[in-house]
Design a protein around this ligand. Structure first.
Ligand code: NDP
Length: 437
């Protein structure tokens, strides 16, 4: 069953080109991840080396499945599902959905992150139950298992969306099988009242893995060269800061694009299982094979760049949370917050109000929080030096992702707020970075 009538957030028009691109992405997404795994494992992270290797044999370099890798991966997902289900946590609320639902979210990510990392570090370093480099050692078989899980989970979401949807009035059907499978049908698929599949998949096997994978690659670097480079330490610090910040502010997550606006299909399900843990940690893979010892000046400059980015990112997100949470009754940078009170209508015909902040960082550009994120991403890449282009994948990806996200947000907010969005555009013309975009 689809929504009662067309409204913002229920985009159903898909061109043949879009449908083809979805099919293409579904069929080829793992190739890029597997390629990076192959070049890192066999060619010291050189993207071009396989093309010049006369002895190149696909069968010899492709990651292979293994029972151990499969069992560890299954155990990892089940362990995270158990923590998500049983750890206590406060309840936060999401954004009102296009059909008018206001859903509760269980917020226990920080304790799940802590338990996971303490268990991993004590289990490997104190009790010697497994080597701390286990994730790096089993990278190939784990990649195979994560891909299988990502595809099966996406198929499950497609079937669930059709036959036992949690909130059918928020479903989107594009008319294209591949688009529905890729972008998702359901907005907030759930099991029971609180097991939100999208929150779980992105937040737990995805984001918790991020810092854990880095630690394991740092341990593998120690095993290989006898010490951990300062570049690896800085990378682990930046990623930990980002991940801990994410869970510390988990109450904001249900209000962000992933949860509030993106439907749940292959894009996020496979993304959380494979893309995030593999591609967002590429710098750690690189530094294992190509250790970089930063000079004190370079280390300090990169630390400063990452921290400046983080401060912008955090303050901008806090300003929005504060302004919306207090209904505009707050001060920003010492002055009463300025905002536009915007009205919008949900699919059930009810009219609601929202607040578009025009003070602080939100008066500089529509998404200055993304600019801060891009500075952090640049620092993550630059600490790998200039030996190979591969570690720079992350900044290129983030730039594409966030510019595309700005575009999607503009289209959606224009449809949602209409003339109020026009008014906002007049006051704040820049989308991301003043004088550039
Ligand atoms: P935001 O949390 O900034 O949410 C964007 C939405 O905010 C808009 O669509 C609009 O939706 C609302 N909004 C727009 N303008 C205003 C305004 N002036 N005042 C108040 N609300 C406004 O973006 P994301 O959810 O994409 O990102 C959250 C954070 O996560 C960011 O800091 C981003 O950098 C980071 N991020 C990181 C990624 C990664 O892979 N590392 C990927 C994506 C994001 P509405 O009005 O409907 O609420």
């Amino acid at each position: 069953m689809g929504p009662k009538h067309e409204s913002w957030g229920h985009s159903t028009k898909v061109s043949n080109l879009d449908a083809f691109l979805m099919f293409f992405s579904l069929a080829t997404s793992p190739i890029s991840v597997i390629y990076t795994q192959v070049v890192c494992t066999h060619y010291q992270c050189s993207l071009s080396a396989p093309f010049f290797d006369k002895q190149f044999s696909l069968g010899a370099v492709l990651p292979q499945p293994s029972l151990k890798g499969g069992l560890i991966y299954a155990g990892w997902v089940l362990f995270q599902a158990a923590l998500f289900t049983f750890l206590p946590g406060k309840i936060g609320y999401g954004q009102r959905t296009p059909a008018g639902h206001l859903l509760p979210y269980k917020l226990n990510g920080l304790s799940a992150w802590l338990i996971t990392h303490v268990a991993f570090i004590t289990g490997s370093l104190c009790f010697k139950l497994f080597p701390a480099s286990i994730i790096a050692d089993l990278w190939g078989p784990l990649l195979v298992a994560a891909n299988v899980y990502g595809y099966i989970f996406s198929a499950f979401l497609y079937v669930k969306g059709h036959y036992f949807s949690s909130h059918p009035d928020d479903n989107t059907f594009s008319g294209s099988f591949f688009t529905d499978l890729f972008m998702g049908i359901e907005l907030n698929p759930r099991f029971g009242e609180l097991f939100d599949f999208k929150q779980f998949q992105n937040g737990r096997p995805g984001i918790i893995a991020w810092s854990l994978v880095d630690f394991s690659f740092a341990a593998a670097q120690y095993n290989k060269i006898g010490y951990v480079t300062n570049s690896m330490v800085l990378l682990c610090f930046f990623h930990c800061l980002y991940v801990i910040d994410f869970f510390y502010n988990e109450d904001c997550y249900p209000l962000t694009f992933d949860i509030a606006h993106d439907h749940f299909g292959f894009y996020l399900a496979w993304g959380g299982a494979v893309w995030l843990p593999w591609m967002y940690t590429l710098q750690a893979h690189y530094l294992l094979r190509n250790p970089v010892d930063l000079s004190t000046t370079a280390f300090t400059a990169l630390l400063a760049l990452g921290l400046i980015g983080y401060v912008i990112f955090r303050i901008a997100n806090d300003q929005k949370r504060l302004a919306r949470g207090s209904d505009g009754k707050c001060t920003i940078w010492g002055k009463p917050a300025k905002f536009i009170r915007a009205k919008y209508t949900t699919a059930d015909g009810a009219t609601h109000q929202s607040l578009l902040l025009i003070s602080g960082f939100w008066g500089i550009s529509h998404q200055f929080n993304y600019f801060g994120d891009l500075l952090i991403s640049s620092a993550d890449c630059l600490l790998c030096g200039f030996g190979h282009p591969l570690p720079y994948f992350y900044i290129v990806w983030m730039l594409g992702l966030l510019v595309h996200r700005v575009h999607r947000s503009e289209t959606r907010c224009q449809a949602k707020y209409g003339r109020y969005w026009d008014e906002y555009n007049k006051v704040v013309p820049w989308k991301l970075c003043p004088y550039i975009y």
